[in-house]
Design a protein around this ligand. Structure first.
Ligand SMILES: [Zn+2]
Length: 333
């Protein structure tokens, strides 16, 4: 079985459809047909922007407000990822989005870690496949008046670092508020030795990537629009900055319009440190295996190039040296 690593996977965009159905039933929400549910959760070709794309997160977020629901979602997602052949995944979410029914950010994080632990327990029964290990990335949100919430997330990331949490991120609609406005939080993260990645160069252009770099990011979420700027591209190569590329998601949000010309292969050959990830499995109706297959078919991605993408992900992972040794050994088998 093929083995995969996903470094860029949003929990709220990847809630398995069966889990949404199960939780809706538990909450006595009106029953939706499969077609109606697909309309609520999945993007189609009419999606014109990142803003419209983000509307698909409304229903999942409604179902992510209690300890039980969060634990269930993480557990079900990990079971799904294991079936797909994942051996390591960094799953991200913003704790502050899950406090609408009274949970504290700390309780939100504890519930998701408990989902991972439950999965590890279950995984012990399955000796035939390599283990899937997971880490959590906590997202700060690009909102206007949430300094206190963002700072709390930074502090909690420190508390839970190495205990389920592996790093921080900045997410939310790109463009209206520039990345650099959030610099203070990442200065704090640097002081606390918390690894981080920042979403940039998806809906917003090369300048947003420059700002993320100025903020000390060594990993960029997406970053695909660096291709519009030669000088920036050169900088990314020289400094071996990791780009977390997500092909189908970029098509959905119209950051890129043609899968045939998706530049990941070209970027690899230019010496850029790119990785391939799924972003939002449910919203984009995809998974990592499908992403690889798509790029094999449309851009002639080769097995050697796929190995490089995997090894780039190992290097970039927010994990221990021992775990990296395990992950490298898995692909050499
Ligand atoms: Zn993302």
């Amino acid at each position: 079985m093929r083995k995969f690593i996903d470094l860029h996977l949003h929990l709220d965009g990847s809630v398995p459809v069966a889990t949404v159905k199960k939780l809706m039933q538990e909450h006595n929400l009106p029953k939706l047909s499969d077609q109606e549910l697909a309309h609520e959760l999945l993007v189609d070709n009419s999606c014109a922007s990142l803003e419209q794309f983000l509307q698909k997160f409304a229903l999942p977020n409604q179902l992510m407000q209690s300890k039980h629901d969060l634990e269930t979602i993480v557990f079900d997602l990990l079971c799904e990822l294991k079936k797909q052949g994942l051996v390591y995944a960094e799953i991200r979410f913003a704790p502050q989005l899950h406090t609408k029914k009274g949970l504290s950010q700390r309780q939100v994080i504890t519930a998701t870690i408990s989902g991972i632990k439950k999965f590890y327990q279950k995984q012990k029964e399955d000796k035939n496949q390599p283990e899937l290990h997971a880490g959590l990335i906590l997202c700060l949100m690009r909102f206007a008046n949430n300094e206190a919430e963002n700072m709390e997330t930074v502090k909690l990331a420190k508390d839970f670092l190495g205990k389920g949490v592996v790093g921080l991120d900045l997410a939310g609609a790109e463009g209206p508020i520039p990345n650099i406005n959030y610099q203070q939080f990442f200065k704090q993260a640097q002081q606390l030795n918390i690894p981080y990645t920042i979403h940039a160069g998806e809906a917003a252009g090369p300048d947003s990537i420059r700002q993320a770099l100025e903020m000390g990011a060594k990993r960029i979420g997406h970053g695909i629009r660096c291709t519009e700027d030669q000088e920036l591209t050169q900088y990314l190569i020289e400094h071996q900055i990791i780009l977390e590329c997500c092909a189908t998601s970029n098509m959905n949000t119209k950051a890129f319009d043609q899968i045939d010309s998706y530049p990941i292969k070209k970027m690899l050959h230019m010496g850029m440190r790119v990785t391939l990830n799924s972003d939002d499995m449910t919203v984009s109706n995809t998974n990592l295996s499908h992403e690889y297959q798509l790029l094999e078919e449309k851009t002639a991605l080769t097995p050697e190039e796929e190995t490089t993408l995997y090894l780039n992900a190992v290097d970039a992972a927010f994990t221990t040296p021992d775990e990296k040794i395990r992950l490298r050994a898995l692909i050499q088998k």
